[in-house]
Design a protein around this ligand. Structure first.
Ligand code: NAG
Ligand code: NAG
Ligand code: ZN
Length: 948
């Protein structure tokens, strides 16, 4: 699956990048209590499911004996006994009702069930236990057929996964229903009783009885046979490849259709969607087939021969819980992640269409063909898919500079996700469905992918490729443990001798997989002797964290001021212990480690080396590779926060940003500045001065970018402008505000279209500046839009209003069908992001409508997020109000403890700012070339206020 970035701890998904959320939430992970009972959630391994036949009859309307939005199911599972003496069979199920069960041998001779108690449903564990008659047992290695008739639910929203229903408004203005499935990670058990763990692989024959007035249904495979049966059409699909049950899918609808097709019978590739999205599938079709080829070349295994008669469909589903899901032969995406419309889709969403397609296609090899044995190592699926998300798409379209973007969107995000004391290792024990879902978290994606990047440069790309090929060939149609991967690397490295023989690849990799966190490399250079003394220790973002005795295998790369070489990314040394020494030439020059930031570590230097780097950056920053400038910026903010360097030194190094215009350098800078600024929101004087200083940093980059998209802009220039202007407007940059309001007015009064890459700040500032009528204008524009990316952009902007009536209508809208369940938590957050004061209004709404909100966001974890996000935006007065409410309503708000913890975090964040405000201002001011006179400062901020 594709992660949509975390609003907080548990939320699923890459929809939002780091800087998308100006308030980051330092909420400690809550350790879920463990007990022996948890392993009870795992299936015994005495049965091997070989094949499933599953038949589904969906009811979209009530009949005399069936409720609407239910289905009849009939499944036969062919199982092989892997031991003798089995007297009861256990499968997983979470269906509505079990109707009947029979067990036979292969020749259909019935096996006697216990007449008193033929089966039991152990609901807590989602188990169905089938009891054989007294003294009746299965024989080892024989095949049996287990047939179960049952009723299932078509859930109300995609968030419940399993089979769910969704809807959209057609060109005819009517609401059209469809039913879809989302079974990853633990929800095939909602569709049929199953062996719902990734390690069990089977083939599946799916049959659907669709209503006759519906269009043809879709599943992993093509339809083999279609016959009319009464008022339904029976559609029998071809047998799937041998695969895990979570990869099964189907889609039943009135009118979903193919909107783009490569018309290549040998290598079919199609884009499907609701019919009124026609015209939006061309970009997805443009990237998909070349990506498929790229993977085939890279892995040496063809996609279209993975099974007989393979297809490669991608469907855009209006309602989808995650970003996308890799069902074999029929991948599902949120619309915004697949549908592109020129003039409506922005560059960031366009990039995600490419990268997420790459991610899902990569899963065909890593995830579908070879699958992690169990979800404790979900990184084997998700780390690879995330790595290739950038590197495969880079192979298909180098103009997006995705190899470099990987550093921002995965490597730096891994460093940030993995820096707390409560972080998890890539390999992390999980048992319950909630724990499983929780491990589909940032670490599994970003650290998994970053580990692969580091490995590639360590063993060299040819050897890396060879190792992956060994792994895929060895484990095809099977599951894999991490040691299979380690062995493949050890073998490839031994053959190619690309790594020093003293390095044991298994130990190298295992440490990174099994240990939590990552190191900071401390570098001490003796300028007189040229001796570099290195130490490593686990990096914690909190200054008060206890050190550990962990030591990683660290491939080291570095270069020097007198002879900089940024392109030799092969490690010159491997650090294996806590300390290491390198002797270089004695020279008065800086050194910089972690070239182009390909390694998972931060770097701290002695003060003198830092000062030399600061001065080199200031004098001629282009002498230092832009990815190392980006690395330095990202590290410096983390080192300041963790008190490993002073704010004075940090801001001295960051001084060069005043001349910097590069996207890759500014992206972490915006994140870093935003993090600090968020800790001053409760200190108006500090905030005003800090903003004035920040505005000084932005002049050069804004001058370079301008306020309009230009034909010659590169992809990353467009992204840079997109993020920089959103940030600049948000902190009150006058030019940005004026230009935004001008563009918004031109749109409203003369219908002058706003470039999608400027809409985020233009729409937001237009509403901040405007009144109720402006809000209604955008609200209506959103309802009329036929493009999901544009709709989400407007939903976000609608939260920027400060008009009281508009805020109330916004809150009502969030609970209505105008906002899809999957977007509701984000929508509420957009409101606080738009204006922090809106959080107090939202709090009153939450207090009044708590049960409606809980129902509207569907999942308990998502409701937790509502409370957590709200607290993180409230000021002290609001926090007191929220705290009093939670304490007084513990019976009706059982999630109160989550809310109280979030309140504590919010206060801690404010206190952090209060304690350090003067030191940070002093440091930031010290670096300000021109000290802004106080009167000027007051003037600019008051203008900014007025313009808002
Ligand atoms: C499943 O379908 C395939 C055709 O796709 C067929 O050959 C096979 O016999 C079916 N299996 C069962 C058990 O019906
Ligand atoms: C590498 O380490 C693993 C685990 O410690 C060990 O089993 C293996 O024999 C080692 N390999 C070599 C070549 O020494
Ligand atoms: Zn994925």
């Amino acid at each position: 699956m594709t992660l949509i970035i975390k609003l907080t701890i548990l939320s699923v998904l890459l929809t939002f990048v780091k800087t998308d959320f100006p308030l980051d939430f330092d909420v400690p992970d809550v350790e879920i209590e463990r007990s022996d009972a948890e392993t009870m959630f795992r299936l015994p391994e005495d049965l091997d499911p070989i094949h499933y036949d599953a038949e589904i009859i969906p009811y979209f309307e009530a009949t005399s004996n069936r409720e609407a939005f239910t289905f009849d199911g009939l499944v036969t599972i062919y199982v092989r006994a892997t031991r003798s003496g089995i007297n009861s069979l256990i499968v997983q199920e979470n269906v509505r009702e079990i109707l009947h069960i029979t067990v036979t041998d292969e020749a259909n001779v019935p096996i006697l069930l216990n007449p008193m108690n033929p089966f039991e449903r152990l609901r807590q564990f989602h188990f169905l236990r089938i009891n054989l008659g007294d003294g009746v047992t299965l024989e080892n290695n024989r095949v049996y057929k287990l047939t179960i008739g049952y009723l299932g639910n078509i859930n109300e929203t995609p968030l419940s996964r399993g089979v769910f229903r969704g809807s959209y408004k057609g060109s005819d203005g009517r609401i059209h229903w469809y039913a879809a499935t989302h079974l990853q990670p633990t929800n095939s058990r909602q569709v049929f009783p199953s062996f719902d763990e990734p390690g069990f692989k089977s083939t599946f024959n799916i049959t659907i009885y669709r209503p006759i007035h519906f269009t043809e249904s879709y599943s992993n495979m093509r339809i083999a046979e279609s016959t009319v049966v009464g008022d339904r059409v029976k559609e029998v699909f071809h047998q799937t490849p041998r695969m895990s049950a979570y990869l099964v899918t189907f889609h039943i609808s009135e009118e979903f259709t193919v909107i783009a097709d490569n018309n290549d019978a040998a290598r079919p590739y199609r884009i499907l969607a609701r019919p009124n999205a026609r015209g939006q599938g061309e970009y997805a079709l443009e990237v998909g087939p070349p990506l498929t080829r790229w993977f085939e070349d890279y892995f040496g295994i063809d996609y279209y021969t993975m099974g007989p008669d393979m297809k490669n469909d991608q469907i855009a589903v209006p309602d989808w819980a995650s970003g996308a899901t890799e069902n074999w032969g029929f991948v599902s995406y949120r619309e915004v992640r697949l549908l592109y419309e020129e003039g409506e889709t922005n560059a960031l969403d366009k990039k995600y269409i490419g990268t997420i397609t790459a991610h899902e296609l990569a899963h065909k090899w890593f995830g579908n063909l070879v699958t992690c044995r169990w979800w404790d190592n979900v990184w084997i699926n998700e780390g690879f898919a995330s790595y290739f998300e950038y590197f495969a798409m880079d192979g298909v379209d180098p103009s997006m500079e995705l190899e470099a973007q990987f550093n921002l969107f995965y490597l730096q995000s891994a460093l940030s996700a993995d820096q707390s004391a409560s972080t998890r290792a890539l390999q992390h024990t999980v048992n319950t469905p909630a724990q499983v879902t929780g491990h589909f978290s940032g670490i599994s994606y970003s650290k998994g992918a970053s580990l692969l990047l580091m490995l590639k440069h360590f063993v060299t790309e040819n050897t890396f490729r060879k190792a992956l090929n060994y792994f895929l060939v060895d484990r095809s149609y099977e599951h894999a443990f991490p040691f299979h991967l380690y062995q493949s690397f050890a073998k490839a490295v031994a053959e190619d001798s690309t790594v020093d023989r003293s390095i044991n690849m298994t130990e190298f990799m295992r440490y990174w997989v099994e240990e939590r966190g990552y190191p900071v490399l401390n570098v001490n250079v003796n300028m007189n002797t040229g001796l570099i003394e290195l130490t490593q220790e686990r990096f914690f973002i909190s200054a008060s964290a206890q050190t550990t005795d962990q030591a990683w295998h660290l491939p080291l790369t570095y270069t020097t001021g007198s002879n900089p070489d940024w392109n030799n990314l092969k490690a010159s040394e491997v650090m294996t212990g806590k300390t290491h020494r390198i002797q270089k030439e004695a020279r008065h020059e800086w050194v910089i480690f972690n070239l182009q930031q390909k390694g998972i570590y931060r770097v701290n230097y002695d003060t003198h080396n830092w000062e030399m780097i600061a001065s080199a950056l200031k004098q001629n920053r282009e002498n230092i590779h832009y990815l190392n400038r980006a690395q330095i910026v990202d590290d410096v903010f983390a080192l300041m926060r963790s008190e490993r360097i002073t704010f004075n030194l940090g801001f001295q190094i960051l001084e060069f940003l005043k001349d910097e215009t590069n996207f890759f350098v500014w992206y972490p800078a915006v994140s870093g500045f935003t993090w600090l600024r968020n800790r001053f929101l409760h200190l108006p004087d500090t905030l005003a001065e800090f903003d004035a200083i920040l505005l000084g940093y932005l002049n050069a980059v804004i001058n370079e970018l301008g306020y309009d998209v230009r034909p010659a802009d590169t992809h990353t220039t467009i992204l840079n402008r997109f993020f920089i202007l959103a940030y600049a407007c948000n902190i009150g940059h006058e030019g940005c505000l004026n230009n935004a309001v001008e563009k918004f007015t031109a749109l409203r009064t003369n219908g002058v279209s706003v470039n999608p890459n400027l809409r985020r700040h233009v729409f937001c500032e237009g509403l901040r500046d405007g009144g109720y009528e402006d809000w209604r204008f955008l609200y209506q524009r959103r309802l009329n839009s036929n493009n999901m990316g544009d709709q989400v952009a407007m939903l976000r902007a609608l939260g920027c209003t400060t008009n009281e009536r508009a805020i109330q209508e916004f809150l009502q809208m969030v609970l209505s069908d105008d906002v899809k369940a999957q977007d509701r938590v984000n929508a509420l957050t957009f409101l606080y992001m738009g204006d922090r004061n809106n959080a107090k209004v939202a709090l009153q709404f939450v207090k009044q409508r708590v049960n409606d909100i809980r129902r509207a966001v569907v999942l308990p974890a998502w409701f937790d997020n509502v409370l957590i996000n709200l607290a993180s935006y409230l000021d002290e007065e609001g926090l007191q109000d929220m705290e009093a409410w939670l304490r007084a309503n513990q019976a009706t708000v059982p999630e109160f403890q989550t809310g109280l913890n979030a309140i504590t975090s919010a206060r801690t964040n404010m206190q952090w700012g209060t304690d350090r405000a003067s030191a940070i201002l002093r440091a930031a001011r010290g670096s300000a070339a021109i000290v802004v006179p106080t009167i000027m400062l007051l003037l600019t901020t008051s203008i900014a206020m007025m313009i808002r």
